[in-house]
Every structure is written in C-alpha cells, then in structure tokens.
Design a protein around this ligand. Structure first.
Ligand code: CP
Length: 326
C-alpha cells in the first residue's frame, strides 16, 4: 500500500474515489497497530514535508510533525507570517521552489472563505509533489478521514442505517471555520451514513458543499436533511457532532459575528440533548472545544464521548496520507 497514490494531492476527500479513501483507512489501521506495538515503520526515510500554516494548530501540526518523524522523514514548519508568503510571494513560486527541496507540501489556510482551497489548488498546479490540505475554507479532509476511522472502530465498516447529527453550537471564542461540518456532510453519506445538519438560519454552509452533500447522499441512497432545530437533529442519532462555525459573510467582522452568535447560546450539547439521541450514541468533536458553551463538561468528559480516540486517529490518518502520497 505504501506509495500507492504517489504524487496525488489530497485537497478534498471528494478528489479521492471511495476505493482510494478505503486504502487510506486500511493503511491508517495498519500504522496504528505498528505504532501501538512499537513496530518500526520507516516508510518515508529521509523524506521532507513542508507544513505551511496561516492559522494556529495543536492536533494537525503535531500529528504531521510526529507522524513524519515516525515514518523516518522530517517536517519543516513554515509560518505564513514569518516567511516570504507575508510579503506576497506567489503560490506559483512557493509551490515550485518547495517541491524542488522535498517530497510533499501540506497547508492550513482556513480562516477566510474563498481563499484557502484556491491557494492550495494554485500551489498544487505548480508543485510536482503532493499537496495535502491541513484545513481550508471548504474542507478539512485529514480531520474527516480520522473521524471516519473512529466511527468505523466503534460501529464497524457497514455504517448503513446510522444517523449522524452535524450541528452548529454556540462558542464565544472566535468564528471557527466552516470546513469541518462541510467536510462531514460531504464525506459521511459516501460511506452509508444518514446525515442531519442543524444550524440557526444565519449559519448556512457554502452552497457548493451543500450541493456535493446532496449529490453524494442521492448517489449512496442515504438521507441528508437540514433543520434549524438542534433537538430534532439529536433525536435518535447514533453520532452527534455539535460544533461552532462562523457566518460565511462575516469572517472579516468578528464582533458582528459574535453578536449574532449570542442569540443562540442555548445551542449547547448537554445531557438533556444527549438523552434525545440513542442510548449508545457517541459524542464527537474535532477540538478544540469551547467547554461550557459548545458542550458541557459532563458530556465531553462522559462515557459517550470519543474525542480522545478521535484526536489520536489524526496521527494515524496523517501518516497514512503521507505514506500513500509521498
Ligand atoms: N481539529 C484540529 O484540526 O485541531 P487543530 O486546530 O489543533 O489542528
């Protein structure tokens, strides 16, 4: 499997066939087994990946840095602010030059709707090495692949008939990107999951992501429904994934965005809502979570929460994508 998709970009899960994603999941399972059992797996000896960040990160940066080291390679952390990117160096020049120095480029550019995915695809056009999306404005394919791995560990590989509630939740910290819910509604129907998306009226997801989600659900013969009622989404759900995101048109006006969010402080994942879901339902969150706002401590620290398994699987899936493409 190693090198099976050498040179292929991973900018959206939608760019990979189901079989290609299946190979990534199987490779992640094998890498998890090796990591947990201290079995050496130096599949990318002396290879270099460049990690370009336009935003902060804990899980993504460290899963890639630790992951490439465990595979025998090395990561260079590039902060957009302290590199020539901040002086306006073009994605063409950045892509050509970095790909001539190493074997892969990964990018996080998630905070401005309309910019991140476009930047990545421009880098990918010029780089002759794979480009991996560490979160953009449209998708967070490393997160959702890890989420799918976690869901399959809990429910098995046949997910048909499961109901997943992807819902907005209140957070006062900052306007979080839209890419995780967009990635989830696009990917999960392809693997047989019925999805209900819930959000207040102002928090619509991008039109293209909604179109892709509807089309994927139709092709996979699963349900994709939208509601403005958080309770309705939770009813009889098997998986709940409540998280905050910003208003698409207000990412450059954080105060106005927070003013709107304050109307919806009641959109919290608490024990009452968990009891609307199936008794064996799982609580998921990509993290970081706004504890006390998006979710109560009782839920996030409770028996139904699988957030740490989910976060751990970011390591194994990041390694899988690097090992397959670099
Ligand atoms: N979930 C996630 O992408 O976490 P970080 O922002 O810490 O990378």
């Amino acid at each position: 499997m190693i090198g099976l998709h050498r040179g292929k970009d991973y900018i959206s899960t939608q760019d990979w066939t189901k079989n290609e994603l299946e190979s990534a999941l199987q490779t992640a399972n094998r890498l998890k087994h090796k990591f947990r059992n201290d079995i050496p797996h130096l599949f990318l000896p002396h290879k270099t990946i460049f990690l370009i960040f336009f935003d902060k990160s804990t899980r993504t940066r460290n899963s890639f840095e630790a992951g490439i080291t465990q595979l025998g390679g090395h990561a260079h952390y590039i902060d957009s602010v302290t590199s020539q990117i901040s002086h306006g160096e073009s994605p063409k020049d950045t892509g050509i030059i970095l790909s001539s120095y190493g074997h892969g480029i990964a990018i996080r550019h998630d905070l401005i709707p309309g910019q991140g995915a476009t930047y990545m695809r421009e880098i990918a056009k010029w780089a002759d090495k794979p480009v991996i999306n560490m979160q953009c404005d449209v998708d967070h394919p490393c997160q959702t692949l890890g989420d799918l791995m976690t869901i399959r560990e809990r429910f098995g590989t046949n997910l048909r008939g499961l109901k997943m509630a992807v819902t907005w939740a209140y957070a006062p910290s900052y306007a979080k990107p839209m890419s995780v819910p967009q990635g989830l509604i696009s990917l999960m129907p392809r693997f047989g999951v019925d999805v209900v998306l819930a959000h207040p009226p102002e928090y619509e997801l991008m039109g293209e992501s909604m179109r892709v989600a509807k089309e994927n659900a139709k092709k996979s013969r699963v349900k994709f429904e939208v509601t403005h009622n958080m309770d309705e989404a939770f009813e009889n759900a098997d998986i709940v994934y409540p998280k905050s995101w910003g208003v698409e048109s207000l990412f450059n006006q954080p105060e106005e965005s927070l003013r709107i969010a304050e109307k919806y402080k009641s959109w919290i994942c608490d024990q009452r809502r968990m009891e609307l879901a199936n008794p064996d339902a799982v609580y998921m969150h990509c993290l970081p979570a706004d504890r006390g706002n998006e979710v109560t401590d009782e839920v996030i620290d409770g028996q139904q929460s699988i957030i740490y398994q989910q976060a751990e699987n970011r390591l194994h899936t990041a390694k899988s994508i690097m090992a397959l493409t670099m």
